[in-house]
Structure formats: structure tokens, C-alpha cells
Design a protein around this ligand. Structure first.
Ligand code: CA
Length: 372
């Protein structure tokens, strides 16, 4: 038996619902002209049609459980596996080109130390921001290794050895890959870019958010059409995206472990509520670690904590990270069980996973069980 949701809602809010609500609110703030009423009606129609939508599966760094993260093959595999959205972590090169890379460093996923041995900083790290795109394109991407020990982080994944050339893609190249497959398959898989470390970039004289929004806009991602979320850990920057840079795309406020909670069950409900209300003022949803949504675990059953409960009350979407078959939490024996916990107990609207095929299979089996 599953834990009961404390507020008895019968319908799951969808991201379309929240996106539309924010859009409508934004329109009404700007003007009350009659034409907008028609737009509001249209938005409301979209709301009702999306009220029982299937939770989305987001391929975290691509199908990164099977191929080195953020390579185009990992993205194509995720696409082929049926992911609804494919994630891009984005950092800048020295010549201001957004590239798809999880860290501002290059050394844990590429052979930069071999190709450019004298280009490390005093801290021993190699920064993407110190290299032009032309140089970054000379690097070969491999499975992630530990920065200190050099050992692979996930030993059962793609081997380190093969001498195949996998490049760091630019954001534009990756979008073109996904849009190209959308054209050839007739599907409409979305993108899910994350703006990485805006403060680090700004201190080095680069405005990453403005540059990323330009690339998104150039590729048709300007308005809410259901095929692009923008995510960021930096709360001030997410707010800036909405309020200063005029970003109309749905925004997901990522929540780190350090600034929101240190461990399961230690969230202060009042503090969570206060902070989430601020987030709801500019974002459409939250992206927390799965554990943060849980108040406690009893015999593999989970009880939603204040973050999950309050986010739902405020109409925020919930897209937790990261579901991995090779790194399951203590309260789930299989990915299928973890997906069920997320969807039925925590009532999330989407999932970040390194294994999109396994998560999709579990989600679809659950949907069938529920007659959807
Ligand atoms: Ca990310």
C-alpha cells in the first residue's frame, strides 16, 4: 500500500498547466486589452486538455547510463529510447560558444590533459572557458572519471578504453540533431538546457544566460510550446532569466543539497514554504534531488515531505534528479519501484534519469496498470 497524498487531489497538475498559468498571469500583468481575453480562453483550453498528462522522462545528460554523457551518440540513443526531453548542461568556451558539458572543467570527461598538458590552472583543473571552440573540438570525450583518483565513476558503464572519437558538442549542434530527428521521425522530443554556474561565468566577463537564450531563440525556442524547459541552480539567475532577460520559456529552479537540505527528513516546513513561494513567483517548477521530497521512509514506503507537498499546493512542477539503476536509493530495490514511488507517492511531473529506457518502461507499465 502506498502512502496517501495528504491533499486528496485527484488530478495531477501538468507542466502545461503551470506553464499556461504563468503565461496567462504574465499577459494580464502587461495589458488588459480584449484581445488578451481570447488568448486567455485559448490558454485555458490547453490547461484542461493537459490536466492528466503522462509524467515526462528527461534523459539526464542523454542516455548517459550507456554512453559517455553529453555526447551526440548518447543523445541519439536517448531519442531512440523514447525520452520525452533530452538534457543539455551548458557552459561557455573562451570565444563565447555554448557547449554541452556538465562542468566548467574539461578534465573529468575528456583527454584535455594529454592534448593540452600546459593549459591547466593553478588548481590543476582545465577550464572550458580557457579554450576556444576550435581547441575543444580537438578533444575526445570519455566516460566520467573521478577528478582526484582517475577511477571511473560508474564502473559498469561504457568502458574507458575504445579509441573512438566523441566530441564535445555545441548547444547548436545538439539542438540541430534533436530537431533533425524530430523532422525525420515526426516526433516532438524537447530540449532541457541547464545554465551552468552563471556567477563563475560573469566573474570571468561572460554573460552565459544572454548567450544561451540567443542560441535558443535562433532555433525557435522563445515561447511556451511544450518543447523546452530552462533550468538553473542559481536562484538569482533563474529570477533574472524571467524578470530581466524576459525569458518566456518554462523555468525550473534546481535545488541543491547544500542550500535546501542536508538530508532526508530534515527540512523545516516553514522555511521550505517561504522559499518555495519566492520560487513560484518566477519559476514553473523545481528540480530537487529525489531524497529531498521525502519526509521519511518506512519499510520501503515513502511519505512526502514539505517540499513535495508545498510545491504541489503552489502549482509548481516537480522534476526530481537523478534516477539510476546502478545507484538506487535504499528505499527502492529496482528502478521500477523507484519510478512508482516518484509517480504514485511523490506525485512528480517528470524524472531525470541516466537510463531513459528503463524509466519509460516502468512509467508505461504503471500507466497501463492504471488504465491510462
Ligand atoms: Ca544538469
Amino acid at each position: 500500500m502506498r502512502a496517501a497524498w495528504p491533499h486528496g487531489e485527484s488530478m495531477r497538475a501538468t507542466w502545461i498547466e503551470t506553464a499556461s498559468r504563468h503565461r496567462v498571469a504574465g499577459l494580464l500583468r502587461r495589458s488588459t486589452a480584449p484581445i488578451l481575453l481570447a488568448l486567455v480562453s485559448l490558454q485555458m483550453a490547453q490547461i484542461s486538455s493537459g490536466a492528466d498528462a503522462v509524467p515526462i522522462v528527461i534523459a539526464h545528460r542523454g542516455a548517459s547510463g550507456y554512453l559517455p554523457e553529453h555526447t551526440l551518440p548518447a543523445k541519439a540513443l536517448a531519442y531512440g529510447m523514447g525520452a520525452d526531453f533530452i538534457e543539455q548542461d551548458v557552459v561557455l568556451t573562451r570565444d563565447n560558444v555554448p557547449v554541452v558539458l556538465h562542468d566548467v572543467h574539461l578534465d573529468t570527461v575528456t583527454d584535455v590533459a594529454t592534448v593540452f598538458p600546459d593549459r591547466k590552472r593553478k588548481d590543476g583543473r582545465y577550464y572550458a572557458l580557457d579554450f576556444d571552440l576550435r581547441e575543444i573540438k580537438q578533444l575526445s570525450v570519455h566516460e566520467r572519471v573521478n577528478e582526484k583518483t582517475g577511477a571511473v565513476v560508474y564502473p559498469r558503464r561504457f568502458p574507458l578504453g575504445p579509441a573512438i572519437s566523441l566530441q564535445v558538442p555545441t548547444l547548436a549542434e545538439e539542438i540541430q540533431l534533436i530537431q533533425g530527428m524530430n523532422r525525420s521521425t515526426g516526433k516532438r522530443v524537447g530540449i532541457y538546457p541547464e545554465i551552468k554556474q552563471p556567477k563563475f561565468h560573469r566573474e570571468a566577463g561572460h554573460d552565459i544566460s544572454t548567450i544561451v537564450l540567443k542560441v535558443l531563440g535562433d532555433h525557435g525556442y522563445r515561447q511556451r510550446r511544450g518543447d523546452c524547459f530552462v533550468q538553473c541552480f542559481d536562484e538569482a539567475e533563474t529570477k533574472r532569466l524571467r524578470e530581466e532577460l524576459g525569458c518566456e520559456l518554462p523555468l525550473i529552479q534546481l535545488l541543491g543539497r547544500s542550500n535546501w537540505s542536508s538530508s532526508v527528513g530534515h527540512l523545516n516546513a516553514e522555511e521550505v514554504s517561504r522559499k518555495l513561494k519566492q520560487v513560484a513567483g518566477y519559476a514553473d517548477g523545481i528540480g530537487p534531488p529525489t531524497d529531498q521530497l521525502i519526509a521519511r521512509v518506512q519499510n520501503r514506503r515513502v511519505v512526502p515531505g514539505p517540499l513535495a507537498v508545498t510545491a504541489k499546493q503552489l502549482g509548481l512542477q516537480i522534476h526530481p534528479y537523478t534516477l539510476r539503476t546502478d545507484d538506487l536509493p535504499s528505499y527502492a530495490a529496482t528502478m521500477a519501484e523507484l519510478v512508482e514511488i516518484c509517480l504514485d507517492d511523490l506525485r512528480v511531473d517528470g524524472l531525470f534519469t541516466d537510463f531513459p529506457d528503463v524509466a519509460i518502461h516502468a512509467r508505461d507499465a504503471r500507466q497501463r496498470k492504471q488504465g491510462k
